[in-house]
Design a binder for this molecule. Structure first.
Ligand SMILES: C[S@@+](CC[C@H](N)C(=O)[O-])C[C@H]1O[C@@H](n2cnc3c(N)ncnc32)[C@H](O)[C@@H]1O
Length: 413
């Protein structure tokens, strides 16, 4: 399969395809960040085969080879509560148009697009509707949903809206027959399980001394916005709730940004980390009630790289925090790909020959029309006669899209 990664960062799509065992060929990748490009090249490009395209606005689609899959987590600061929320007024909010410009010419069979949850908030719903209308105008069947990384095995409260786009009606129908976006899973791995134990390098992480509170009454602590006070119930952290504070226990995540703010909520995230941002401002409460900042390696684990497999040579800690904070969660993207491409583990046990041309037997349910399989599998008669629900994207209820399942919190955006 041939792919084009736009706004490529560390290359989540390439990592996901590799982890799924789907052979792919990179037609190109586009990012303007020097360190993102370095990281992408080191991880996904053979020496002397760099497919860097640079600024998406300068890509001429007629110069590109054809590809089957386009991916893009288009810049989100303009829709995020963490940014100023200027939406389309911010130049970064209009880069979506370049996805449309390229897809209209190249017509890839699949696209997977991603953005912050804020894009479907009341404030930006006009932009969201335009995005859906544009995708439809250029010939795509689209389904969208808000997915949270912590619902797919990784202790990271990160909500993102995903757009699964299909050029072909049969692919779209099959996605639905297969249940659409992946089902949530019970979380079995927690923040305490993925952090390094013992002393961590002081250059990458620091402790905020839990004795800081000494001699401070709760009233004084809250009024002076001191960071820490430990009670029987746990570590007391200022929080914009009625009582003015929240308790954290060892293993909970802490938002270290704006420690004196009285308007922030959700500073403590129980047993998971809050959504990573580019500045690395996320911490964890240790067994001795000290708070430690997460290391860059731990941040990448929170994006699903549990084997520390991302090559980060030569990239400073602050740039690593930025890459991890900007990136997509590979565990989530992988699960979506499985559903979009019908390549469940069952498939691999059946045909699973992936364009090798070797003899195979056909697991009809899974092989039909799948572009990554040999010709014979691909041409198997369709078991589907259904037409897609063309208007699904505008008619679906909020809960089908993950709306209303979690209260919108600043931390999750
Ligand atoms: C939200 S991040 C997406 C990261 C990526 N999806 C990943 O998983 O690592 C947006 C990316 O778009 C890049 N970007 C911003 N403006 C761009 C442009 N004009 N052309 C190409 N990339 C751009 C940023 O440098 C950033 O890496």
């Amino acid at each position: 399969m041939k792919i084009l990664e736009l706004f490529s960062g560390y290359g989540t799509a390439s990592f996901a395809l590799k982890q799924l065992g789907i052979p792919y060929e990179l037609v190109g990748y586009s990012d303007i960040d020097k360190y993102a490009n370095e990281c992408f090249r080191n991880n996904h490009c053979p020496v002397d085969m760099d497919r860097k395209l640079g600024d998406v606005r300068k890509i001429d689609p007629s110069n590109l080879d054809d590809f089957d899959l386009l991916t893009g987590g288009f810049p989100c600061q303009s829709f995020s509560n963490a940014g100023k929320g200027l939406g389309e007024l911010d130049a970064r909010g209009t880069l979506f148009n370049d996805i449309i410009r390229i897809a209209e010419v190249k017509k890839p069979r699949y696209m997977l697009l991603e953005n912050v949850r804020g894009l479907v908030s009341k404030k930006h719903i006009g932009t969201f509707n335009k995005i859906m209308a544009e995708l439809k105008r250029i010939g795509y069947y689209v389904d969208w949903k808000i997915l949270n990384t912590k619902d797919y095995g990784i202790p990271h409260n990160r909500e993102r809206v995903f757009f699964a786009c299909f050029r072909n009606a049969t692919d779209y129908s099959k996605f639905h027959i297969n249940g659409g976006f992946p089902e949530k899973e019970e979380l079995k791995l927690f923040l305490k399980d993925i952090i390094d134990s013992g002393e961590v390098d002081r250059d990458t992480s620091y402790c905020i001394d839990a004795n800081y509170f000494k001699g401070t009454s709760l009233k004084g602590y809250l009024e002076k916005c001191r960071r820490q006070i430990v009670f029987e119930e746990g570590l007391c952290v200022p929080n914009a709730t009625v009582k003015g504070y929240d308790f954290g226990r060892p293993g909970d995540g802490v938002n270290l940004d704006f420690p004196t703010s009285k308007t922030r909520r959700g500073r403590i995230t129980k047993k998971v980390s809050g959504a990573l941002q580019c500045n690395g401002g996320r911490g964890v409460i240790l067994d001795d009630y000290k708070i430690r900042k997460l290391t860059p390696t731990e941040c990448f684990r929170l994006q699903g790289f549990l084997n520390d497999e991302v090559i980060l040579d030569g990239i400073s800690n602050s740039q690593q925090y930025k890459l991890a904070g900007n990136g997509q969660s590979v565990n989530v993207v992988k699960k979506i790909f499985e559903k979009m491409f019908n390549c469940s583990p069952n498939l691999k046990n059946g045909c699973g020959k992936f364009l090798t041309g070797e003899s195979h037997h056909i697991g009809e349910t899974y092989c039909d029309g799948n572009p990554f399989l040999c010709e014979e599998c691909r041409n198997t008669t369709s078991f589907l006669n259904k037409t897609p629900k063309g208007e699904l994207q505008t008619q679906n209820s909020g809960s089908e899209h993950g709306l209303g399942q979690n209260k919108e919190s600043k931390d999750g955006i």
